[in-house]
Design a protein around this ligand. Structure first.
Ligand SMILES: [Fe+2]
Ligand SMILES: [Fe+2]
Length: 189
């Protein structure tokens, strides 16, 4: 696997997570089940997306592009801003979720509104990365540099997510996977 395939795989998983999140806010099933699922989705956002996937981009890939005669400066600033916006939305969603957990009489309206903003932001963000960032990476970085990046990605993955946690995250996506890939998520080889 090369860095492009690795990031596309992550993007596919994140797109599937957005499908599951959308369903979870639209149709909250039985309360206990819903709380457990939503907690899993929040962990996915904080660990798989923020801690692991964003770190691959911000700590490894973007600095490598910058060294390459500042390639992708404007694009990288925009993507970092979107990561920060996504994180702020997750913090707000978590706050609402915690309030709903302790006060079931509260309305879901705010949680739904924030989640829909998060879903829309990430769908756009991932499409932008697939269309602009990944081709830029392939065009700018020599094969040997990409091979080193792939090793750094693998190290980061194992340091940020124990295998059991990764397995649990992928299990969470199963309902989305059973329905086939979400629009715009099929990985190009
Ligand atoms: Fe990103
Ligand atoms: Fe990404």
């Amino acid at each position: 696997m090369n860095p492009r395939q690795n990031l596309r795989q992550d993007h596919g998983h994140i797109m599937q997570m957005l499908v599951v999140l959308h369903k979870a806010v639209k149709n909250p099933a039985r309360r206990a089940e819903w709380i457990e699922k939503f907690e899993g989705l929040m962990d996915f956002a904080l660990v798989y997306i923020d801690r692991c996937h964003h770190a691959k981009e911000e700590d490894i890939l973007f600095p490598a592009l910058e060294k390459q005669q500042n390639a992708g400066g404007d694009l990288v600033s925009r993507l970092c801003r979107e990561h920060r916006d996504g994180h702020a939305l997750i913090e707000a969603i978590l706050q609402q979720f915690n309030a709903l957990k302790s006060r079931p009489e509260l309305s879901f309206a705010e949680l739904t509104r924030l989640s829909e903003r998060y879903i829309a932001l990430y769908r756009k963000h991932i499409r932008r990365e697939n269309a602009q960032l990944l081709p830029l990476m392939e065009a700018c970085l020599p094969a040997a540099r990409q091979a080193r990046i792939m090793q750094q990605f693998q190290r980061l993955e194992s340091e940020s997510m124990p295998p059991r946690q990764l397995k649990a995250f992928l299990a969470l996506l199963k309902p989305a996977r059973d329905q086939g890939p979400a629009k715009g998520t099929t990985a190009k080889k």
